[in-house]
Design a protein around this ligand. Structure first.
Ligand code: PHE
Length: 359
């Protein structure tokens, strides 16, 4: 065997036997690097006679090509083996359960407000809002509660320290939104106004901040019959039951005349009150025909425009529908309570269908 052949056999055998990319690289440097053995042979061509070069040239170039090719092949094979090993080691088990992420939940108050907006939207009501920091006039005077009226004492009002002519307060009910809407919009008016209200009160069924929803309809020829139908339709849709029975009791609010308090019937099932039927009664809302003086205070002619209004506690509605016992827990922010009573944000709406209003 010639010297070149011996070198080629030796180099190819070592490349073939190299166990790692680094080992192949070391052989490449040894053979083809600047000081490499094959490189030296190539350089020696310069010192040869043309005749010698004619014989040696092709042989040395063939050696270089054989070694270069073998190195390339071996590197590729080692890389492929490394990748195969990695793929085999890192298998993903697609059948494993995924980690649960806690996406948070919708608070029952928000849920009920959404339900109410949905129900009243079907009945043609828009959603209105007003400020929580109100003035005396919108919260009381315009609603026919003059300064000396005992009803002012009934509302345990949070007043701001006196500053300027207007006495500011935290609104005690959503009724001032009635006034703001009548001053701003021309009748016919059909609105609901959900929002926070404040009273200095705290026990299992009262918190200093709670939520109300107001309803107001102003149009020509509105009667108590419209009020009764609207409330019945609303309560049936809200409690998702057809056997809702209402009881209207005559009552008193300064801003409605006549005023009616509305009770909804319940039935005892396994020692628990269930809305529906008429074994007992729960008071759910206050309402009445808007007082002439209120319509006048908003610059409308009470001989032309009539209407009804109602107001109820959103938190109370939530408690009745979803069975919470203590109102204070609504505002404690206890995660266990929120997980238990909260609603999934991406759930289908709770209301099974819209309000079935016959055309
Ligand atoms: N604003 C009354 C309350 O807070 C409820 C009400 C609203 C009554 C509208 C009649 C009409 O108790």
């Amino acid at each position: 065997m010639s010297e070149l052949q011996t070198l080629q056999v030796d180099l190819l055998a070592r490349v073939e036997g190299a166990a790692s990319i680094e080992a192949v690289e070391a052989i490449r440097v040894e053979a083809l690097g600047k000081q490499g053995r094959v490189t030296a042979l190539l350089k020696s061509l310069g010192g040869m006679t043309p005749e010698e070069r004619l014989v040696e040239g092709p042989a040395i170039h063939a050696l270089r090509e054989a070694v270069t090719g073998a190195i390339g092949d071996r590197k590729a094979a080692l890389e492929r083996a490394a990748l195969d090993g990695k793929l085999a080691a890192e298998t993903l088990d697609m059948t494993l359960p995924v980690d649960r992420i806690a996406p948070g939940s919708v608070h029952p108050v928000s849920q009920v407000m959404d339900e109410l907006a949905e129900i009243f939207a079907d009945l043609g009501f828009a959603v209105a809002s007003g400020p929580e920091i109100e003035d005396d006039w919108h919260n009381f005077s315009a609603l026919n509660i003059p300064e000396t009226h005992p009803a002012r004492a009934m509302h345990d009002t949070f007043y701001f320290p006196e500053a300027g002519e207007k006495r500011m307060l935290l609104r005690t009910h959503t009724s001032p939104v009635q006034i703001r809407t009548m001053l701003k919009d021309k009748p016919p008016i059909r609105i609901i106004a959900p929002g926070r209200v404040y009273r200095s009160d705290s026990d299992a069924t009262h918190t200093p901040m709670f939520h109300q929803i107001e309803g107001l309809v102003i149009d020509r020829g509105i009667t108590l019959g419209h009020l009764k139908w609207t409330l019945e339709t609303f309560l049936k849709a809200f409690f998702e039951r057809d056997d809702i029975v209402l009881r209207l009791r005559s009552s008193y609010f300064p801003f409605t005349e006549p005023s009616v308090e509305v009770d909804v019937g319940y039935t005892m099932v396994n020692g628990k009150r269930v809305i529906g039927g008429s074994e007992g009664w729960l008071e759910v809302l206050g309402s009445g025909m808007v007082h002439r003086k209120v319509i006048e205070a908003c610059g409308l002619d009470p001989n032309e425009w009539q209407g009804f209004a109602f107001g109820t506690g959103v938190d109370r509605l939530a408690m009745l529908k979803y069975g919470m016992e203590d109102l204070r827990a609504f505002f404690d922010g206890d995660l266990r309570w929120l997980r238990h009573y909260g609603f999934a944000a991406l759930d289908v709406p709770t209301l099974s269908g819209g309000v079935g209003v016959a055309a």
